[in-house]
Write a protein that binds this ligand. Structure first.
Ligand SMILES: [Cu+2]
Length: 302
């Protein structure tokens, strides 16, 4: 059974240190002002040699030592609590990539938002597919770097229903500031029905493609409604003529399957005129089948 949560733990340590700091600030400032008045030259024309005061010296060694050790103990026990995930925690794999998060559940379900059941501890196994990112959930006072080739972790107890911000806390490139997601805390039964259902976008013959675009983070930069994002919109892309810059020269290409596939795997090869070369290659992010699912869906977006 776990008692407490990361939010309370961090808040309590923070308040404890803050109160000590405020008390010290006020008492030191007032003592200083008092001494300036009491010991100024006008009041003490002849300098005086002040001998030691044993009690005072013991006090100013013992009291700060106790305070500092108390701060350390309080912080350390909180840290230990936050670094020991409960056995019954639900495990979710979190992968950061330029510039989105992907959460993968034990049953294989993937999503760009972190949906968790109310009252059940969650353990996040964190890694990165490219550069260093940082998984940061301010509401639960937890933050941990996502490092390529390494697994780090975080755990928290979602004990309040609602939606909370989830940020990337390491500057990771052009779209770092839009690498924002959400933690959605919902009752267990709502979570169960979401967990077992497969997201289907109504009216599409290729729901898998829509789901993939969301999961893989494509929609962080590209839209499906014609609006210009960081990258060109997917709407009406298939079958159109596109002006691209390749090797510094402009040329016109036909957006067929081969072009779309090439632009997913080697985005830097043909940069659509007016955009910049910032998209990371998706060869490690998508399988052949996933790419063809996505292309099938892009064909629909007339
Ligand atoms: Cu990032």
């Amino acid at each position: 059974m776990i008692s407490g949560n990361s939010t309370e733990t961090v808040n309590n340590v923070f308040l404890f240190i803050l109160v000590i700091a405020i008390v010290l600030l006020i008492s030191i400032t007032f003592t200083m002002i008092y001494f300036v008045v009491k010991y100024n030259r006008k009041n003490n024309p002849a300098p005086e040699n002040i001998e030691s005061n044993l009690m005072l010296e013991i006090t100013w060694i013992v009291v700060p030592t106790i305070l500092v050790l108390a701060m350390f103990y309080y912080g350390w026990s909180g840290f230990r609590f936050m670094r020991t995930a409960p056995e019954n925690a639900m495990t979710v794999k979190a992968t950061g990539r330029m510039w989105s998060w992907q959460f993968e559940y034990e049953n294989g379900r993937k999503d760009a938002e972190l949906r968790v059941p109310l009252g059940k501890p969650v353990k996040l196994l964190i890694t990165s597919a490219d550069v260093i990112h940082g998984l940061y959930i301010p509401a639960f006072r937890i933050k941990e770097d996502a490092v390529p080739g390494m697994q780090t972790f975080l755990w928290f107890l979602p004990d309040r229903a609602g939606e909370y911000d989830l940020f990337c806390s390491e500057y990771c490139g052009t779209q770092h500031s839009s690498m924002v997601s959400k933690v959605i805390v919902i009752p267990q039964k709502d979570f169960d029905s979401w967990y077992t259902a497969v997201a289907v976008k109504k009216g599409s013959a290729h729901p898998q493609g829509v789901k993939l675009l969301e999961e893989k983070g494509c929609l962080d930069c590209h839209t499906t409604d014609g609006a210009i994002g960081v990258g060109p919109s997917f709407k009406g892309l298939f079958g159109r003529r596109v002006i691209v810059i390749a090797g510094g020269k402009e040329r016109e290409v036909f957006a067929d399957e081969a072009y779309l596939k090439k632009s997913i795997l080697h985005p830097g090869a043909d940069i659509v005129n007016g955009f910049t070369d910032i998209m990371p290659p998706q060869s490690d992010n998508m399988s052949e089948e996933e790419i063809s699912e996505i292309i099938n869906y892009l064909k629909e977006l007339k």
